[in-house]
Design a binder for this molecule. Structure first.
Ligand code: PDD
Length: 301
């Protein structure tokens, strides 16, 4: 259970953690976020997640709310105060609080920073991975800058809700050419009948998933070649294996797409191998640890 949430410089009890109604994140979805896995008291791939956060901020011309070491400190404090050993830490940065206007506030206002941590039960995720998940496909309805991790998540909510109504746990978006872009909250992968490991190349149509990147490194460490190449729904239905990647799932097998079984309808061997090897390749930084190259930067939590 989340007990304490960091909001703009203060660690507040859950029910007191609030932002203003004229926060641009609330009114205009003018905000970006990150979700980082906490595994056995370590942050998983925090450096890559924070680098992506900085990129998202820069794409929207929002100033970073504090230095990277300070942000790591806030994450560490939030995780500790909630006694989270395994789970996730969520960061959100909005352009800040200002009377509603489409134009950016001029002069700029201080960005809003929220950080919360939540425990999960790793055995439950592992159990899901043993079975594999069901997904559905649906037409792409999102904007043309899916490479920025913004809180503009209504199409993702609608897609997940539709998946849930059909007893599935994820939805894959399909573009106008019939190619799968990505999941509502994950990247999409298949292993085709000739053993090729495929995932869509990075461009503005998908989020550059951190888990996707680390799974590519994991594949390389196992001598496997990843082809960054788009695939169709028909190719996914005919695949030997399918899976999704995201910070909260790492590698999660997909056994059913649109009600049709994938191969034998059980998690495939490559997918299992990538899931098993992921932790060995990912960066694990102990909660509260600040990499030495960042230690001497301005520190203002
Ligand atoms: N979602 N694609 C989309 C649209 C996502 O929202 C996510 C992550 C990913 C996977 O990215 P990563 O490997 O960096 O987690 C891909 C997070 C977990 C969420 O919104 O909860």
């Amino acid at each position: 259970m989340t007990r304490v949430i960091y909001v703009n410089g203060r660690y507040l009890p859950y029910h007191d953690a609030k932002v203003h109604v004229e926060d641009r994140g609330f009114q205009l979805a003018d905000a970006v976020y990150e979700v980082i896995e906490v595994s056995d008291n370590s942050l998983v791939d925090a450096t890559r997640h924070l680098t992506r956060l900085w990129r998202s901020l820069s794409e929207l011309s929002i100033s970073p709310p504090m230095s990277e070491p300070a942000l790591r400190h806030v994450m560490g404090q939030t995780i500790r105060r909630n006694r989270v050993r395994n789970g996730l830490v969520y960061l959100q940065v909005s352009r800040g609080e200002s009377p509603r206007d489409f134009l950016f506030p001029d002069p700029p206002v201080p960005p809003t920073l929220v950080c919360l941590a939540r425990a999960t039960i790793p055995a439950q995720v592992d159990q899901r991975a043993e079975t594999g998940i069901h997904i559905i496909t649906m037409p792409e309805t999102r904007w043309k800058r899916c490479d920025i991790k913004t809180v503009m998540l209504l199409p993702a909510c609608l897609a997940k809700q539709q998946a849930h109504a059909q007893s599935a746990s994820e939805a894959w978006f399909v573009d106008a050419e019939g190619l799968i872009t990505e999941g509502a909250s994950s990247n999409a992968w298949i292993v085709d009948r000739s053993g090729r490991l495929l995932t869509r190349p990075l461009d503005n149509t998908i989020l550059p998933g951190i888990t996707r990147r680390t799974v590519m490194d994991t594949a390389a460490s196992l001598g496997l070649v990843v082809e960054e190449s788009p695939f169709t729904v028909a190719e996914a239905l005919d695949a030997a294996e399918a899976f999704i990647t995201s910070a909260t799932n790492t590698v999660m097998p997909v056994i059913m797409i649109d009600g049709q079984r994938i191969s034998s309808g059980t998690p495939g061997p490559l997918c299992r191998q990538l899931r098993r090897s992921f932790a060995r390749v990912a960066e694990h930084s102990p909660v509260g640890y600040v990499p030495s190259k960042l230690e001497n930067q301005a520190f203002a939590p």
